[in-house]
Design a protein around this ligand. Structure first.
Ligand SMILES: [Zn+2]
Length: 219
């Protein structure tokens, strides 16, 4: 199914993003997975393969019905929530899912990330929500993730990890990195005592500024 230069380029970009996720410490062992919207379906990392072994042909095309071409590798066992996330968010062109350390720790304590810092607005709202727990690989988990992502570009996943969407693979990876950094900061704040949360009015102002000026990385 590698039938165009664009598709080949996108397959390589999925691999490069998986490498970067791993290099940046977001994805212990071979946990986590990466996909990019392609036509009416998506290109997704295969199940149980080390990222440094991947070549473009290993990336799996899956159509909107969840079908893969004959001879394709098995897609990531988490393909259902990737598909559900694209359905829930028309703006998502790429998805990064990671079991990054601090996001996963909070998710296992069943804690969402509230407005303890204005940067939670990077996920598109006043907090970073926690998707309800369901067994990995199931359509129940896909439904839970889709419900959380309807309002946000990223969420934690109970007893599992995090997922981040973006307008590009680079964007999705950057957001996953931001979520992990915020999770680490929030865990640290919790050790100091009760966090002082920003109120709704302040978060409205922050969200408005994010919309006007874009994400202020340097602020
Ligand atoms: Zn996972």
């Amino acid at each position: 199914m590698t039938n165009s230069a664009d598709e080949l380029w996108l397959r390589q970009e999925v691999i490069d993003t998986a490498h970067a996720m791993s290099r940046q410490g977001l994805s212990p062992s071979i946990s986590g997975n990466v996909s990019a919207r392609h036509g009416k379906g998506m290109l997704i990392t295969p199940s149980a393969m080390a990222y440094d072994e991947l070549i473009p042909e290993d990336i799996v095309f899956m159509d909107e019905k969840g079908q893969t071409p004959p001879g394709a590798r098995a897609p990531s066992s988490e393909w259902r929530f990737h598909m559900a996330a694209y359905a829930a968010r028309a703006d998502a062109q790429a998805i990064v899912h990671a079991h990054s350390r601090f996001a996963t720790a909070l998710a296992c304590a069943r804690k969402a990330i509230p407005a303890f810092h204005y940067m939670v607005a990077v996920a598109g709202g006043k907090d970073i929500p926690l998707a309800q727990y369901a067994t990995f690989g199931t359509s129940e988990l896909a439904d839970a993730v889709a419900a959380a992502l309807e309002m946000r570009k990223a969420c934690l996943m109970a007893n599992h990890g995090q997922i981040a969407c973006g307008a590009s693979l680079e964007d999705a990876l950057a957001l996953a990195r931001d979520v992990e950094a915020l999770a680490a900061q929030y865990v640290t704040v919790l050790q100091l005592g009760k966090p002082h949360l920003l109120d709704d009015d302040e978060m409205e102002r922050v969200l408005e500024r994010f919309q006007t000026y874009g994400q202020q990385d340097d602020s």
